[in-house]
Design a protein around this ligand. Structure first.
Ligand code: NAP
Length: 256
């Protein structure tokens, strides 16, 4: 897939550090020829993000907290004046208060539910809508999801419910944006050790079960997730929209 994104502009949301799935995606997209806008959440994270992003050729850092409409509007104004158009958007963002990711789902607080769905799901809707006028030649929007959307993964709790809503949002957005030749898909990744993953109690058990039961008998490599993201942004995927694509070494096909 070398140079398959030559001349394209991609905006990536969700780089917290060098372990982030979004960072692996940004690197492979850059290697495939794309120029990149990469966002970080706030001033507190600016220095680390700036240093990381500065090391990537053809990439520029922008600030955007996706829970704030005014920051989204401001970011897309900046993207419009800097790049003119966009070809792909990567949404690699999720958040739930730590106390919601232990114990029972039945104990989920109203506020924990609201925050998890706002940041992990509504943000995709808001970002896709803001990107639409900049994707003048069509485009590819993608998000990251997990198997806990469809089966119970103990302690994944409200995040599983958020991922179910995220996957449904992908289908509704794919329908609405299809008329603009914009495709919207989700990548369902197997467990990968990242900052967000560390917040899920029992994450080590998830890694172990995956490696034991998946047909490929191992955990997924973040580079495999990134390669799928490059594919979804490329002309190889122009017929694919509204899908959840599993990059999980086959774990999801198993009944036992
Ligand atoms: P990560 O490195 O911690 O990335 C999560 C990102 O979400 C961080 O960059 C975080 O920024 C950002 N974020 C949270 N609230 C935000 C806000 N209000 N505005 C802007 N950004 C915000 O973890 P990751 O594992 O790569 O997660 C990326 C995506 O992959 C998530 O959707 C996750 O659910 C999904 N996923 C992960 C796995 C896994 O096993 N790791 C498996 C399947 C799917 P801050 O750190 O600055 O808050």
């Amino acid at each position: 897939m070398s140079n398959c994104l030559e001349g394209r502009t991609v905006v990536v949301f969700g780089v917290a550090n060098k372990r982030s799935i979004a960072w692996a995606i940004a690197q492979q997209m850059q290697q495939a020829g794309a120029q990149l806008a990469i966002t970080y959440q706030n001033e507190r994270l600016k220095q680390e993000a700036d240093e990381l992003i500065a090391a990537l050729p053809n990439a520029q850092a922008f600030q955007c907290d996706v829970s704030r409409d005014e920051e989204i509007a401001q970011l897309f104004e900046q993207l419009k004046s800097r790049y003119g158009k966009l070809d792909a958007l990567v949404h690699s963002i999720a958040f739930a208060p730590a106390e919601e990711l232990k114990g029972e789902f039945a104990g989920t607080s109203r506020e924990g539910f609201r925050v998890a769905l706002d940041i992990s799901v509504y943000s995709l809707v808001a970002l896709a809508r803001a990107a639409r006028p900049l994707m003048t030649e069509g485009g590819s929007v993608m998000t990251l999801t997990y198997y806990g959307a469809e089966k119970v993964v103990p302690r994944y709790n409200v995040m599983g419910v958020a991922k179910a809503a995220l996957e449904a949002s992908v289908r509704y957005l794919a329908y609405d944006l299809g008329k603009n030749k914009i495709r919207v898909n989700a990548i369902s990744a197997g467990p990968i050790k990242t900052l967000a993953a560390r917040g899920i109690s029992g994450f080590g058990d998830m890694l172990g079960a995956q490696a034991e039961r998946a047909p490929l008998q191992r955990n997924v490599d973040v580079k495999e997730v990134a390669a799928t993201a490059v594919f979804l942004a490329s002309d190889g995927a122009t017929g694919i929209t509204g899908e959840t694509i599993y990059v999980d070494c086959g774990y999801n096909i198993m009944g036992f």
